[in-house]
Design a binder for this molecule. Structure first.
Ligand code: ADP
Ligand code: MG
Length: 622
């Protein structure tokens, strides 16, 4: 809640709206205590007194009633009616929308057609018809305004509920044996609540205006009771001779609606969960680079060379050090494995290379990323963009999230090529077919016309791999590319990558948590823990003689066929949270070899240069 308020008031306009609205609310709440005359007491001798005349700070109206008193009481009525109408419309409309969206089928059809019928009438005409049928009066005006706003909520909430009702967590709730009411209350409602609140905050102002409109026409509040609309209506005849009688209520309506809308926009922005983690700014096209130290000037050791890279997430006052002093390099034709538990910073390392970490909250705070010797972090955006996908390609972890759901596979593959090369439709199709064959998709001709949802997870992942290879990149960064594949396809994909690097000199940075895959494909391997490289060296050597206790434990976790008797040793404890790393070795709390000195100061990555380890008491000395 306090985070919400903080985010809300960072928006200056919303803060102004809140202050103005707060003042108005305070004024109408203490109205009975104010030394105001009776708002309905007429005094014909004092008609149309100007503002600041004696006894009437805002003057009087055509019956000599005190305008200040009428304004305060009228505002009270208008606000109350507007808020009640908005609440009623929100509750009823959302209930209808949730029911229609959740139950679907015929229920949905019947409800939504009825709502459509309501929507087919012009807005104000419908309100007029309702009031005409029920008779004039404030209560009926409220009913009319609420009724014409129900479709707005019903339609909005139904749309969202339809999307939610098919999601896995709702299925899971069904599997758990929950009833409809329970599912709606505990699974659906919390997810649509922010949208309902946003709906209310953006329509309250509108509903106050509508109520005022009905009162202006004489269908809302009845004389002598004041509300802002009826005050305007009564002042109409004297618009020229005594303009202050219209200006006073008009200004109040303006202030109320303006402040509510400013506040409503602020609430909408602050409630959007995507904005919660970062600032109010939208993510930038490339990661913010804010190097605290000098750019490392060492000559590059490979085609891709990460030098003392440091990437952090700044969320409020917290600093998550996701990548800390990471140095890696890959030569052409080489495959480097990057291995570590989930959350150790592998994906963030990979995304930092091409500036793909979302900023805010992410920022690269140190180091360099050299491709062909040139520092990518200092490149202007256009030059960086030209290399993305063309020189350095990615295979992302989540194949469903990276394919566009509304385009056919063929179109998406052609697009990946067309970003960088001008080719005809025929050439694009031929290239797409060739790529699909390369990743062993059966029936490639017909698959080109498929949408992503018509394929299995493994196939989609292979499409992702094919798209990454579309432009013959020099460097391929593969983020757990075979996690969703079955073992036979995995073996084929690994063979394909192996072939590409041997024949075409592709440099591969292969991220995985599986030492089995590393053993098959990688020449060298780097082990990552809590954002740091803790060991790196040739694959065979590390597999045979791991030096860091963490590496040793990771290898011990891999089951081997036919070795059923060996005990699989899970690593006790959990990886640390990277915003409060312990001093010294981050693995020490989980390590059975840890001693006092492990917990003291920073430990260097040391060894022979080919096989290095960041440990004071390694299993073996490299
Ligand atoms: P993995 O090794 O599983 O790929 P990641 O690189 O995705 O791990 O994540 C590394 C660390 O960065 C994790 O501890 C994660 O919590 C943190 N992290 C990632 N994204 C954000 C973010 N937007 N805000 C704060 N922390 C983040
Ligand atoms: Mg990851």
């Amino acid at each position: 809640m306090s985070a919400f308020l903080k985010l809300l008031f960072r928006n200056r306009l919303a803060a102004i709206g809140a202050v103005v609205l707060g003042l108005i609310l305070a004024l109408v709440l203490v109205a009975p205590l104010l030394p105001l005359p009776d708002p309905d007491a007429t005094a014909t001798s004092e008609r149309f007194a100007r503002p600041f005349s004696e006894g009437h700070i805002l003057g009087t109206d055509h019956l000599g009633r005190d305008l200040a008193a009428r304004l305060v009481h009228g505002t009270r009525v208008s606000l109350a009616i507007g808020l009640f109408a908005a609440l009623a419309a929100a509750v009823l409309g959302s209930a209808i929308g949730i029911a229609a969206g959740y139950f679907g089928g015929r229920t949905d059809n019947v409800i939504m057609r009825a709502i459509d019928m309501l929507m087919a009438f012009p807005y104000i005409l419908l309100a007029l018809a309702i009031v005409a049928a029920l008779g004039p009066g404030l209560r009926n005006a409220l009913i009319a305004v609420a009724a014409v706003n129900i479709p707005f909520f019903a339609r909005n909430i139904r749309g969202i509920t339809v999307g939610l009702a098919g999601r896995e967590f709702v299925d899971a709730a069904r599997l758990a044996g929950m009833g409809h009411t329970r599912i709606i209350l505990s699974e659906i409602l919390p997810n649509v609540l922010p949208v309902i609140v946003i709906g209310i905050s953006t329509t309250v102002g509108w509903m106050i205006l509508e109520t005022a409109g009905l009162s202006f026409l004489g269908l809302g509040s009845q004389p002598p009771q004041a509300d802002l609309g009826s005050m305007l209506g009564e002042a109409r005849a004297a618009l020229i001779t005594a303009p202050h009688t219209s200006v006073v209520p008009g200004l109040m309506i303006f202030l109320i609606v303006m402040s509510i809308n400013l506040l409503g926009d602020g609430v909408r922005d602050a409630l959007d969960p995507r904005l919660k983690s970062g600032a109010l700014a939208r993510p930038r096209a490339t990661t913010r680079v804010d190097r605290r130290g000098p750019v490392p000037e060492e000559p590059a050791k490979g085609l891709l060379d990460l030098q003392r890279l440091e990437t952090q997430f700044h969320v409020g006052k917290r600093v998550y050090k996701a990548v800390n002093d990471v140095s890696l390099h890959v030569k052409p034709g080489e495959c480097l494995g990057l291995i570590g538990e989930s959350g150790s910073g592998k994906s963030v390392t990979a995304l930092s290379v091409m500036g793909l970490v979302a900023s805010p909250p992410g920022a690269i705070t140190g180091g360099a990323v050299r491709h062909d010797g040139e520092d990518l972090l200092s490149l202007p955006y256009d030059a960086l963009r030209r290399r993305r996908g063309e020189k350095v390609a990615y295979i992302f972890q989540d194949p469903l999230a990276t394919l566009h759901p509304l385009y056919r596979i063929g179109e998406q593959m052609a697009e990946a090529i067309r970003v960088h090369h001008r080719i005809s439709d025929r050439e694009a199709r031929a290239r797409a077919l060739e790529l699909l064959r390369a990743v062993r998709i059966p029936n490639p001709e017909s698959r080109l016309g498929n949408y992503p949802h018509e394929m299995s997870g493994g196939m989609r992942q292979r499409i992702g791999i094919a798209m990454a290879l579309a432009n013959d990149p020099e460097v391929l960064i593969a983020d757990e590319p075979t996690t969703a594949l079955d073992v036979t396809v995995q073996a084929q994909i690994l063979a394909l990558l192996d072939e590409l690097r041997r024949e075409r000199g592709l440099a591969i940075l292969f991220i995985t948590h599986d030492f089995g895959v590393v053993a098959q494909l990688c020449d060298r391997v780097a082990v990552m823990y809590a954002g740091r490289i803790v060991e790196q060296g040739p694959t065979e050597e590390i597999l045979a003689r791991p030096a860091h206790p963490y590496t040793a434990r990771l290898i011990a976790c891999v089951p081997e066929l036919g070795e059923g008797k060996r005990e699989l040793a899970a690593i006790p404890g959990l990886p640390p949270v990277v915003d409060s790393l312990p001093p010294g070795c981050a693995f020490a709390p989980r390590c059975d070899k840890a001693q006092e000195d492990c917990r003291k100061g920073a430990i260097d990555l040391a060894g022979t240069g080919t096989h290095d380890v960041r440990c004071l008491h390694p299993e073996v000395t490299p």
